[in-house]
Design a protein. Structure first.
Length: 156
C-alpha cells in the first residue's frame, strides 16, 4: 500500500476534465498541491450522495487552502466517469480519473474486492494529499460504505 513520503507510480492514465477526455502521465497530473480521492464506483450511493457532491460543494474552500487540483478516481471507464460527473457535479472543476482496469488502484495498493457483491475489484474509499507526485497525507475509510475521513470536510 502507498505510504506517506512515497511517490505516485509513473504511468499513463485517462482523465475527464472540463475540456474532455485525454491521456496524461501521472507525473504531469500530480503537479502542484493535489487532492486525490478514490471511491468504489460511479453512481453508487455513498459516492453519489456524499463524497463527490461534498468535494463539489467545498471546491472553492479547498482551493482557498491551496489545493490546485482535485481528482476523483474510480475503477470505471471514462464514459461512465464523464456521465456521472455531468449528473452529480456538472459545474465543479474536478478531474475525473477513469481507472477502468484498476491499474493505478492496484499500483497504489488501494483495491477493494467486491466480487461477492458482483462488482469485481474496485477502489477502496480514500483520500490522498499529494504535492508534485509525493504523498503527504493518507486517509482510508475502515468501512467503504462510509465517507468521513475521505470527504472534503476532513481537509477543511
Amino acid at each position: 500500500m502507498i505510504s506517506v513520503n512515497a511517490k505516485i507510480p509513473k504511468m499513463i492514465v485517462q482523465v475527464v476534465t472540463l475540456e474532455g477526455k485525454k491521456e496524461i502521465n501521472t507525473d504531469e497530473l500530480f503537479q502542484g498541491k493535489t487532492i486525490l480521492f478514490g471511491l468504489p464506483g460511479a453512481f453508487t450511493p455513498t459516492c453519489s450522495q456524499t463524497q463527490l457532491p461534498g468535494f463539489a460543494q467545498q471546491e472553492q474552500a479547498l482551493r482557498a487552502k491551496g489545493y490546485e487540483n482535485i481528482i476523483c478516481m474510480a475503477v470505471n471507464d471514462a464514459f461512465v466517469m464523464q456521465a456521472w460527473k455531468e449528473q452529480v457535479a456538472p459545474d465543479a472543476n474536478i478531474i475525473m480519473l477513469a481507472d477502468g482496469s484498476g491499474e493505478l488502484t492496484k499500483a497504489l495498493g488501494l483495491e477493494l474486492d467486491l466480487q461477492e457483491k458482483h462488482m469485481g475489484v474496485r477502489c477502496t474509499r480514500f483520500l490522498l494529499v499529494v504535492e508534485n507526485s509525493l504523498v503527504l497525507k493518507i486517509n482510508i475509510e475502515d468501512n467503504p460504505g462510509v465517507c468521513s475521513v475521505s470527504g472534503a470536510g476532513s481537509l477543511l
